[in-house]
Ligand binder design. Structure first.
Ligand code: PYC
Length: 308
C-alpha cells in the first residue's frame, strides 16, 4: 500500500494540504517543467490527494520539493480539484506555517521556488507570514463580456500569480447566504470570458464594501474548480492591488485590508516595479493554523483509491 505523509492547515479558513513525503517523483529541473511533468505523468496523485474521498473541492494541495534555484530554500507546486495553480497566496502562508510546525523553518526569511518564479516569505515571531508575491499587473481595464442571463458585465483582467477577472459593479450581495447565487454568476462570467477572447482567466473575483470598519472591502473569489476561496485569496488580492495602483486608488506602501466572504482578512501593500508598465510587487500578510498531521493510505483494492 502506498502512503503519503501530509500536514493540513487552513489560512483564513481556506485549507492547504502540504505533501511532505510519498508524492510523485518529478525529477529535477525548473519548477514549471516539473509542474508539467506532474500534470502529464502523475495527475492521479493530484486527484488522490485533494479530491474526495480524502479531500474536498476547496482544498489546495502543495507538493514540497527541492528548489531548482540556488537562492531558494524550498520548492512547491500548488494544485486543486481540477488542475494546477501558478502561485497560491493562502497556500504559501499555509506552507510556511506547516514547515514551522514540522520544525523545518524558523522565524525569518525563506525564499520559495514556484512554477511562476521565486517568492520571498517572512515568518514573523507572532506567527504571521508575509509573502512577497510575484510581480502583478493589470492586462486590460473594464473589459465588456456578454453573460447569458445577466447581460453585459464589465471587469478588469489582471495577473497576480494566476489570472483574474475583477468585477466591482454586479449588484449582488457578498454574503455567506448568497454563495449559490455568487457561484452561479461568477461561473457564467468565467464561461463567457473564456469563449469571448480571454481563455487564460480561471478565477473570477467580485468586490463590495465591507460592513467591517477595519476592512477596505470584501471579496468573493471563484476558483477554477467551482469552489469559492474561503480566504481573501492572496493572488486575487495581488491582482486587486495592481488594479488599485493603476487607477491611483492606493499609494505605494499603503495598507489594504481585504476581507473574504467568511469575514477573514489579509493585509496587503505594494511597491512599484515599473510604473509605466503598471507592474507592482505585492506583499500579502496573513496567518495559518495547522489542523492535522496525517498519513494518506492508497489501497489498490479501493475502487476510489485515486479520488473522484
Ligand atoms: O490564495 O492565491 C490564493 C489562492 C488561489 C486559489 C485559492 N487560493
Amino acid at each position: 500500500m502506498r502512503t503519503i505523509r501530509v500536514i493540513d492547515s487552513h489560512t483564513a479558513g481556506e485549507p492547504t494540504r502540504l505533501v511532505m513525503e510519498g508524492g510523485p517523483d518529478l525529477g529535477d529541473g525548473p519548477l514549471e517543467v516539473r509542474a508539467r511533468r506532474f500534470r502529464e505523468r502523475f495527475d492521479e496523485y493530484r486527484s488522490a490527494i485533494v479530491n474526495e474521498p480524502r479531500g474536498s473541492d476547496p482544498l489546495v494541495g502543495a507538493l514540497l520539493l527541492k528548489p531548482n534555484r540556488e537562492d531558494c530554500q524550498f520548492g512547491v507546486i500548488f494544485f486543486n480539484n481540477v488542475g494546477y495553480l501558478g502561485m497560491c497566496g493562502h497556500g504559501t502562508i499555509g506552507l510556511i506555517a506547516s514547515l514551522a510546525h514540522a520544525g523545518q523553518c524558523r522565524p525569518g526569511a525563506h525564499r520559495i521556488d514556484t512554477p511562476v518564479g521565486p517568492v520571498d516569505t517572512r515568518l514573523r515571531a507572532d506567527g504571521q507570514v508575509e509573502v512577497d508575491n510575484v510581480t502583478s499587473h493589470r492586462l486590460a481595464r473594464q473589459v465588456a463580456v456578454t453573460v447569458p442571463g445577466f447581460g453585459e458585465v464589465r471587469g478588469d483582467v489582471a495577473w497576480g500569480g494566476n489570472w483574474f477577472f475583477l468585477i466591482d459593479q454586479h449588484g449582488l450581495h457578498i454574503d455567506p447566504d448568497q454563495v449559490e447565487v455568487l457561484t452561479d454568476f461568477t461561473w457564467r462570467v468565467r464561461q463567457a470570458l473564456n469563449s469571448q477572447g480571454h481563455p487564460q482567466v480561471d478565477h473570477v473575483e467580485l468586490f463590495a464594501p465591507s460592513a467591517n470598519a477595519q476592512a477596505d472591502g470584501r471579496n468573493f473569489v471563484l476558483c477554477p474548480g467551482k469552489a469559492y476561496d474561503r480566504s481573501p485569496c492572496g493572488t486575487g488580492t495581488s491582482a486587486k492591488l495592481a488594479c488599485l495602483a493603476a487607477d491611483d486608488q492606493l499609494a505605494e506602501g499603503e495598507t489594504w485590508i481585504q476581507e473574504s466572504l467568511i469575514g477573514s482578512s489579509f493585509a496587503a501593500r505594494y511597491r512599484w516595479v515599473n510604473r509605466e508598465r503598471g507592474e507592482v510587487a505585492p506583499t500579502i500578510t496573513g496567518s495559518a493554523h495547522v489542523t492535522a498531521e496525517a498519513l494518506l493510505l492508497l489501497d489498490p483494492a479501493d475502487p476510489f483509491c485515486w479520488g473522484f
